[in-house]
Design a protein around this ligand. Sequence first.
Ligand SMILES: Cc1ncc(C[n+]2csc(CCOP(=O)(O)OP(=O)(O)O)c2C)c(N)n1
Ligand SMILES: [Mg+2]
Length: 545
Amino acid sequence: MSQTGGPVTVEGHAGEQAVAALQGFGVDVMFTLNGGHVWPLYEAARHRDMRVVDTRHEQSAAFAAEAYAKLTRTAGVAVLTAGPGITNGVSAVTSAWFNGSPLVVLGGRAPQGRWGSGSLQELDHVPILRSVTKSAGTVTDPATAARVVHEAVATAVAPHRGPVFVDFPLDVFGPSAGELPAVDASFGRAAEPDTDAVAQLATRLAAAERPAFIVGSDAYWGRAEEALRAAVEALRVPVFANGLGRGLLSADHELAFLRTRGLLKQRADLVVVIGTPLDFRLGFGRFGSAAVAHVVDAESQRASQIDVPSVVGDIATTLTGLGRHGGARVDHDAWIVELRDAEERARADEEPLLAATADPIKPSRIYGELRRRLERDAVVICDGGDFASYAGKFVEVHEPGCWLDTGPYGCLGNGMGYLIAARVARPSAQVVALLGDGAAGFSLMDADSLVRHGLPCVMVVGNNGMWGLEKHPMQAIYGWDVACDLQAGCRYDEVVRALGGGGETVTDPDEIGPALDRAFAAGVPYVVNVVTDPSDVYPRSSNLG
Ligand SMILES: Cc1ncc(C[n+]2csc(CCOP(=O)(O)OP(=O)(O)O)c2C)c(N)n1
Ligand SMILES: [Mg+2]
């Protein structure tokens, strides 16, 4: 957030003011797909030196903007043209709503002076966007554009974060000037938690025999990694993670656990869920007979379906308070050893799966090959059904902001937009997307965007020739299936090659590793299309999301 001090006057049309307002928050790129209604925003980006990255579908632009927010912990911006440009982005906006990601969507809009006469793409977007954003509105007076956009971004980045929408009727782009408020250093910070509530939770943790933390995305957004590490090392509490919580504590930390969620459910006596909703991924907040406490960054995040004690406010402050709480505490080392032993057994059980020589290829073998090639700061993106679930099970995350999954909205098709943003935000890290063959079909055309913008990355397609996460359950429930089959062995690599990238199809398990090596070295967007065993079914009960 670069701009400080008092308000300044921005000379220029509403687009100039909007881009100046974005830059005040440190935004340096917009993701978009062209449409005449938003040209003034491009003109301002050109004038003010903001990078413009365009995609082949507005969904990818909006997913890219969301991922950019996730990767940078600042606002991510999509510029979508009026009507279909905006409605094409709605699923990605909704994903950001579920993910609590500060996505800012600036939209074009038919002219207000002729509203109701049937202009091209004359649609009132605001009611459509209102239910999936923190705020949605229209700039009606050009002199307010800087302030409206400034306030929209401030709303997006304020905990609990989420998407915002502002559209600009074509006729607000006339010559103008507007006042741009200063960016305050306190923007983006949650309220202070209640110290008594923190102390009560600390007392309960001190008395618990088998406590655990489950840490999610809002701890990442709240930059709580240092406070988390300090707290769990002081309290000796095992940590599980989901979403962007993964990597806050490195997977190889002695208190980080990935494979023992079943044991957590059977044995824990206190589960403190931090910065993630008590939703289906967490059994709606029930962990066997364990007591549950919830640490959230805003009142809106308290669970409504279950009554558990909550601490509301800045998550890093809450964790710091927990870690510093003195006094006697129950020793947890036997519990940690119990979990660690089970974790190591589960890890050993994985080894044959990761090394599977079966033909056709087991998806787990792909992860065995990938895991040994991933660097600690690799960005891993998931988009798919069973194939993505395996990623959650087998990929170990070592640093914050390195794991991008779809999130609880579960909208397939995020992968390519996320890839675009990941390479823009992390120019030198490994960037890998794990795509089901079904998921890949939503947006593989955006390999073209990766090529045009010079964004090398690795895509791995788990090609089982089906919508596996639907086909297997349909078979189990009905004994038949419909609308579940895709082309077996389809050459997604040829699609990417035709678009100017690289790629190959792999059918021999021993060729996966060398193909991944070629992909990482290629210097272009490169797909490894692995034909996998169609009879393989993900063991779903063990997944926590
Ligand atoms: C936009 C969207 N459409 C449909 C679904 C329903 N759905 C969930 S998983 C899945 C199958 C995914 O298949 P694929 O990507 O090939 O992965 P696989 O399960 O085969 O590994 C489908 C269709 C969804 N989650 N999102
Ligand atoms: Mg599939």
